[in-house]
Design a protein around this ligand. Sequence first.
Ligand code: SF4
Length: 208
Amino acid sequence: MSTMADLQDGRGFSLVKTLYEWVREEHARHMEEERDPNVIYVTDLVYCPLKRGFRLEFPELSFTFKPIHVTGSLLHLGLASLLKDQGFEIEKSLEKVFDVSGRQVRVKGRVDAYRPDLIIEFKTGRPGQQLPHDHHALQLRAYLDLAGVDEGLLAYVTLDRIVEFRVGREEGLVERLLEQHLNRTRAPLWEWECRSCAFSEYCPLRNY
Ligand code: SF4
């Protein structure tokens, strides 16, 4: 059996370290993508507009390595591989350019599973929750609008439920969310958001 001393010396394989490096690299890649001010992600549009600025200023504050998040990411990989065999395109990138008062802004998103007639978004999380969450449905509706697809499936796999919800397209939604985001007309976007925000201790608009 490897001891902590072995691991500290760099001897012996560590799955914990491997998972940690995977999460850290994913976080670094995402931070790098966020640096272009003319690129906005759908995930930015469906949460508080102040968070992106905080993430860029204080990148280490948004990094977490929690078992609940790692298991969620691993479950995503498993579901993606299952749906790939069913003919879905996995992790498909979407993007569209919007003109906002003369400024060209590229909105990007990456959907879990795509077919020209259906987009599937998977979610995991803690048991005992009221589902679906409004912010998840908003995110999927934004993907549908961006891709021009009429139907979406919001699928939850948690420890106590495996359940799916049909979500319809709302035309013009991304443009409305983009204007709201750039003008910062609603911060936070959701009443509960500040309580789970990594930046709440430094934010003047915290609501609790
Ligand atoms: S504390 Fe609230 S208002 Fe401030 S960044 Fe976080 S979610 Fe937004």
